[in-house]
Design a protein around this ligand. Structure first.
Ligand SMILES: [Zn+2]
Length: 387
């Protein structure tokens, strides 16, 4: 809570670059940042963009060293990458991939005392721009947030990569980004601190709200364009909303219940393998219920996120209203001391959270049925970047 010495603050990456084919200019933007880059990516991502990244670095007279990412941003993986930095003498580490790769790389770059850069291969989370990492256990449960004194020096987002990837990644990014305004709005109302370490600025809150509007206007046409692997103006706008606006908006606008509920859900093994943004969307619907938001607002949110292809029932994330023990564990984890649920403008107990979680099942089903939208079925957990 705000003390008399309260400050307002906003933080951001040194440079954000976005465009179709931007990867071909990676070397040009990397050259001012270091002479010995270390590229980190998993084999799938490297197979897709490794050659283009290599060509771009060579054109800028930079050496090309690539290390394979282990798959989950655990504390052990971060330590391993620090060892690789030491061994190779790298002066800038570059994450090519999704949120998990970026979380591990940012943490390793910080510990090794070198610069770090993110090159997202998908627009599935708002992790690329932030000065924090989420560390998970080896079996995928939330472990901790790690905060760094600065954001990436460069975020380079090639929108053609987003359009070439399955649309499900982009849809997951919408789930992560829709939460941003709901959480920033709550944080402002509570006069609570943001992830940037102070009260929100007008700018941080405004960027969060801007991302919300851009998503409602562009998500559905953008997803259709990406299903055909096309980059359209709607895709450019949605990618910026998912990545830059939501990234700055969550970090400097504040997190609240939705992300805490996401973190709680990782305590239920049924949700493992689902994308970060899918779980966050369960958190968003539940936060709206906890807020007692106007019924029409919740209905609109359920309808819209169903059309986007995001889960808004327990069924879709592998849970049910009868899973009393699991829901209790989720609620306990989401409300532990220090969780961002305590940024809400009112207290929330585990009991209240269990009730809210149970309530979304029947309500979302009703709304979907009345809107002639498909009934929920359990999502097939695909091996995507689960951050
Ligand atoms: Zn998130």
């Amino acid at each position: 809570m705000a003390a008399s010495s309260a400050i307002r603050t906003i933080i951001s990456p040194g440079r954000y670059v976005q465009g179709k084919g931007a990867l071909s200019r990676l070397g040009e933007f990397l050259a001012p940042l270091g002479k010995t880059p270390l590229l980190v990516s998993d084999d799938v991502v490297w197979g897709i963009l490794g050659q283009r990244a290599t060509d771009s670095l060579r054109a800028a007279q930079l050496p090309v060293t690539r290390e394979r990412f282990g798959g989950i941003p655990t504390a052990a993986e971060v330590t391993r990458l620090v060892g690789v930095i030491d061994r190779t003498g790298a002066d800038v580490i570059v994450a090519l991939g999704g949120g998990s790769t970026m979380d591990a790389v940012k943490a390793a770059g910080f510990l090794a005392g070198i610069r770090w850069v993110t090159v997202p291969s998908v627009a599935s989370t708002d992790a690329p721009t932030s000065a924090l990492s989420v560390i998970y256990t080896a079996d995928g449960a939330f472990e901790e947030y790690r905060f760094f004194p600065k954001n990436p020096d460069l975020v380079l987002m090639d929108t053609q990569l987003v359009a070439d990837a399955p649309a499900a990644f982009l849809a997951a990014g919408v789930g992560d980004a829709l939460a941003t305004w709901l959480e920033a709005r709550a944080t402002r109302q509570a006069h609570a601190n943001t992830m940037a370490g102070g009260l929100p600025t007008l700018a941080g809150t405004a960027l969060a709200e801007l991302s919300w509007g851009v998503i409602w206007d562009n998500a559905l046409p953008a997803l259709d364009a990406v299903r055909d692997h096309q980059v359209t103006p709607a895709v450019e706008k949605l990618v910026e909303a998912n990545t830059l606006l939501s990234g700055l908006g969550f970090e400097s606008g504040g997190l609240a219940a939705a992300h805490a509920i996401h973190n709680g859900l990782t305590a239920a093994h049924q949700t493992h393998g689902l994308a970060h943004g899918q779980k966050v969307n369960i958190g968003s619907v539940t936060q709206l219920v906890l807020e007692g938001a106007p019924t029409q607002e919740i209905r609109d949110f359920i309808e819209f996120t169903t059309r986007v292809g995001l889960p808004n029932t327990l069924t879709e994330v592998g849970l049910s209203v009868d899973d009393e023990d699991d829901l209790r564990r989720v609620a306990e984890a989401a409300t532990v001391q220090g969780e961002t649920i305590h940024n809400m403008p009112f207290p929330i107990t585990p009991d209240e959270l269990v009730s809210a979680l149970k309530s979304i099942e029947r309500f979302s089903r009703t709304v979907r049925s009345e809107a002639h939208l498909p009934a929920p079925v359990q999502y097939v957990a695909h091996q995507v970047d689960t951050h």
